[in-house]
Design a protein around this ligand. Structure first.
Ligand SMILES: CC(=O)CC(=O)SCCNC(=O)CCNC(=O)[C@H](O)C(C)(C)COP(=O)(O)OP(=O)(O)OC[C@H]1O[C@@H](n2cnc3c(N)ncnc32)[C@H](O)[C@@H]1OP(=O)(O)O
Ligand SMILES: NC(=O)C1=CN([C@@H]2O[C@H](COP(=O)(O)OP(=O)(O)OC[C@H]3O[C@@H](n4cnc5c(N)ncnc54)[C@H](OP(=O)(O)O)[C@@H]3O)[C@@H](O)[C@H]2O)C=CC1
Length: 292
C-alpha cells in the first residue's frame, strides 16, 4: 500500500462532514460523495461553518481554515472517489444501505485502496465479506462531534491484514486522535456501553420515572456527564440509536438490549433528534423545548 494522501468519504451527514473536516485539517485531500449534490453542498457548508467557529474561538488560523477548505471537493458521483487511497463509508446506519454502497463502489476503486466503515455497530467481518477486498477492509469508528472527540475505535474484521491495520493506525495518529482497538462484536466498545445507558434513560422516561428535563439534569449534575442521555440521543440521531440497539439485540440475543418502544415510536414519527429539528427536544425555536 502506498502512502495515504487522498481520503474519499461516502455520506455527507454529521459524521462524514466531521471526518472530512479533521482529515482536511491534517493535510489530506478529501473527496466527499452523497446521494444528492445538494446534500454534499450542505455538508461542505456545515464544515465551513464549524471551521469558522474554530477560527472565531482562536483554535484555528484563518489561513489554515482556507487551506483546509481548499483541500475538500465534492465527488459528483461515486466514480469521483476513484482516486482515493482510503475510502471511509459514513452513510446511514443500515446494513442494506452500506452493502449497496460497497457493491457500487468496489469496482470503481483502485484495487490497492483501503475501504473503511464508520459503522457504529454492524459486524466488520460481515460487511467485509460483501466486498472484493476483505483484507483491506476495516472499521474506523469516529466519535461525534469528530473535531472535538479524541477517540477513534479501530475494528479489524477476521480477514483484515496487518498493512491495512497499520495504515489505518497511521491515519488516526496523523489526525492527532487516540486509537483504541475493539474486537468485532456488536457495537464494539463505546456503543456496547453507551447505548444501553441511553436506552435505559428512554425506558426511565417511558415508565414515567422522570421527565426529559429531570432525566437529563439528573445525569448531568448527578453523574457529571457533559450532556444528558436524552440530549445525547438527539445529538447522535434517534434512527442511529435504534439501529445500534437492534444490532445489539439481534447480535447478542439478550433481552436486556430490547430497544425501548418509545424510541421506536419517535423514529417512526420521523422525530430523529437534532438533525430532524425534533426528538426528545424540539429544536425549531430559539431554545430546545422538551417534547415530553
Ligand atoms: C454513536 C456513536 O457511534 C459513537 C458516538 O459518537 S457517541 C457520542 C459521543 N459524544 C459525546 O458523548 C459527546 C458528549 N458531549 C460533549 O462532550 C459536549 O457536550 C460537546 C463537546 C459536544 C459540546 O460541549 P459544550 O461545552 O457543551 O458546548 P460548546 O461550548 O458549544 O462546545 C465545546 C467546544 O466544542 C466545539 N464544537 C462543538 N461541536 C463542534 C463541531 N461539530 N465542530 C467543531 N467544533 C465543535 C465548540 O466550538 C466549542 O469550542 P470552544 O471551546 O473553542 O468554544
Ligand atoms: N451520529 C453519531 O453520533 C455517530 C454515527 N456514526 C455512524 O456514522 C454513520 C453516519 O451517521 P451520521 O453522519 O450520524 O448520519 P446522518 O444521517 O447525519 O448522515 C448520513 C448521510 O448518508 C447519506 N446516505 C444515505 N444513503 C446513502 C448512499 N446510498 N450513498 C451515499 N450517501 C448516503 C444520507 O443521505 P439521506 O439523508 O438523503 O439519506 C446522509 O446524508 C452511521 O453508520 C452511524 O452509525 C458513528 C459515530 C457517531
Amino acid at each position: 500500500m502506498s502512502k495515504i494522501e487522498t481520503i474519499g468519504i461516502v455520506g455527507a451527514g454529521q459524521m462524514g462532514g466531521g471526518i472530512a473536516h479533521v482529515s482536511a485539517l491534517a493535510g489530506y485531500k478529501v473527496l466527499i460523495y452523497d446521494v444528492g449534490a445538494e446534500r454534499i453542498e450542505t455538508g461542505i457548508a456545515t464544515i465551513s461553518g464549524n471551521m469558522a467557529r474554530q477560527v472565531a474561538s482562536g483554535k484555528l488560523e484563518e489561513q489554515v481554515r482556507k487551506d483546509a477548505m481548499a483541500r475538500i471537493s465534492a465527488a459528483p458521483d461515486m466514480a469521483g472517489l476513484a482516486g482515493a487511497d482510503l475510502v471511509i463509508e459514513a452513510a446511514t446506519e443500515d446494513e442494506a444501505v452500506k452493502r449497496k454502497i460497497f457493491a457500487q463502489l468496489c469496482p470503481l476503486l483502485n484495487p490497492e485502496a483501503i475501504l473503511a466503515t464508520n459503522t457504529s455497530s454492524i459486524s466488520i467481518t460481515r460487511l467485509a465479506s460483501t466486498t472484493d477486498r476483505p483484507e483491506r477492509f476495516i472499521g474506523i469508528h469516529f466519535m461525534n462531534p469528530v473535531p472535538v472527540m479524541k477517540l477513534v475505535e479501530l475494528v479489524r474484521g477476521i480477514a483484515t491484514d496487518d498493512r491495512t491495520f497499520e495504515a489505518s493506525k497511521g491515519y488516526v495518529a496523523q489526525l492527532d486522535k487516540t486509537a483504541t482497538v475493539s474486537e468485532d462484536f456488536p457495537a464494539f466498545i463505546v456503543n456496547r456501553i453507551l447505548l444501553p445507558m441511553i436506552n435505559e434513560a428512554i425506558y426511565t422516561l417511558y415508565e414515567g420515572v422522570g421527565s426529559v428535563e429531570a432525566i437529563d439534569t439528573a445525569m448531568k449534575l448527578g453523574a457529571n456527564h457533559p450532556m444528558g442521555p436524552l440530549q445525547l440521543a438527539d445529538f447522535i440521531g434517534l434512527d442511529t440509536c435504534l439501529s445500534i440497539m437492534q444490532v445489539l439485540h439481534d447480535g447478542l440475543s439478550d433481552s436486556k438490549y430490547r430497544p425501548c418502544p418509545l424510541l421506536v415510536k419517535y423514529v417512526e414519527a420521523g422525530w430523529l433528534g437534532r438533525k430532524a429539528g425534533r426528538g426528545f427536544y424540539d429544536y425549531r425555536g430559539e431554545h430546545p423545548v422538551p417534547t415530553r
